[in-house]
Design a protein around this ligand. Structure first.
Ligand SMILES: [Mn+2]
Length: 317
């Protein structure tokens, strides 16, 4: 069975530090034709308001992903026995124009969806969630959203701009790309520009789980609640690496103390199993601030975990 689909290149056939640096050492494909799921890079950082560097995120996540092996020990998921997966390379963003980059991302994701393939996007700053959700809504209608982040990213504008990495979910509500009553935000914390901005997500119907309510807790029960809340219907997962505490993921542009642990991140993603997931992203990895490579390594692992909870992935017990 496993012979039928693309397989990651084994470290026994080519040393892990050799070969072409695709995600998980999968084959590179020019398009998503014939694929069930694909990894796609979005090298973008001109939507960031503080530290930049996420344009280098996709390459660094791919570089650290060479350590990943194809079977998930904890969940027994065997994604490459069940789905045909490849790395389709990067979407050609425009380093001089955020708006043109946004259009390019929507076109790139739409082309993947046209093949019936589910994109797992490697970011890139969080601006990319807006064009991705535009493409998703065109195909599926308003989607349910699991948004894991230190920040709500619901600003109306940043420095007067409607499109930036802190505004995508305000735009997504306005453009009816997401169903606010099937939207959850997990891990929010830190400081804000005004006291009332903390109330906006709930005023739209979002369920919000701030980080301080999750400290010292297993998130397995939380995810039971999340699954029940989202129910049937398409779900998109957007995972900002800054949801994790800087102790676990320092290589990001807008770190906030008091965040989630790596273990809680695994519980969140593994707890998405059973939902009708139509795509996902992992954003805001900034290699210039990732001195150990640990943030990109964590991102690579979380992307593998996201692949493992896609519908149709078998579990070998
Ligand atoms: Mn974010």
């Amino acid at each position: 069975m496993s012979e039928a689909f693309n397989q990651p290149l084994s470290g026994n056939d080519m040393p892990r530090f050799g070969g072409i640096a695709t995600m998980m050492r999968l084959p590179h494909a020019k398009t998503a034709e014939g694929l069930d799921a694909c990894f796609v890079g979005v090298p973008l950082d001109i939507g960031t308001g503080n530290r930049s560097g996420t344009r280098f995120g996709p390459r660094q996540i791919r570089a650290e992903s060479v350590l990943l092996r194809p079977y998930n020990m904890a969940t027994r998921a065997a994604p490459f026995d069940s789905l045909n997966v490849a790395d389709v390379g990067d979407i050609p963003t425009n380093p001089y124009s955020l708006l043109k980059s946004v259009d390019a991302i929507e076109a790139g994701i739409s082309a993947i969806l046209a093949h019936g393939c589910k994109p797992l996007s490697l970011g890139g700053d969080h601006t990319m969630a807006l064009p991705i959700l535009r493409a998703m809504a065109k195909k599926h209608g308003p989607v349910g959203l699991i948004h894991v982040d230190a920040h709500a990213d619901i600003n109306d504008t940043m420095s007067g701009e409607k499109i930036a990495h802190g505004t995508p979910f305000r735009r997504a509500v306005e453009e009816k790309l997401i169903d606010p009553h099937r939207t959850v935000q997990i891990g929010l914390r830190g400081t804000g520009y005004s006291a009332d901005e903390f109330d906006w997500p709930r005023s739209q119907g979002f369920r919000v789980f701030p980080a301080n309510e999750l400290w010292h807790r297993s998130l397995v029960p939380l995810m039971e609640e999340v699954r029940a809340h989202l129910g049937a219907g398409p779900v998109y997962i957007t995972f900002d690496i800054d949801s994790l505490d800087p102790a676990f993921a320092q290589g990001t542009g807008t770190p906030e103390i008091g965040g989630l642990t790596s273990m809680q991140a695994l519980e969140i993603i593994r707890g998405c199993w059973g939902l009708d997931i139509v795509g996902c992203d992992l954003v805001e990895v900034s290699p210039p601030y990732d001195t150990s490579g640990n943030t990109a390594l964590t991102a690579a692992n979380l992307l593998f975990e996201l692949l493992c909870v896609l519908p149709g992935v078998e579990r070998r017990n």
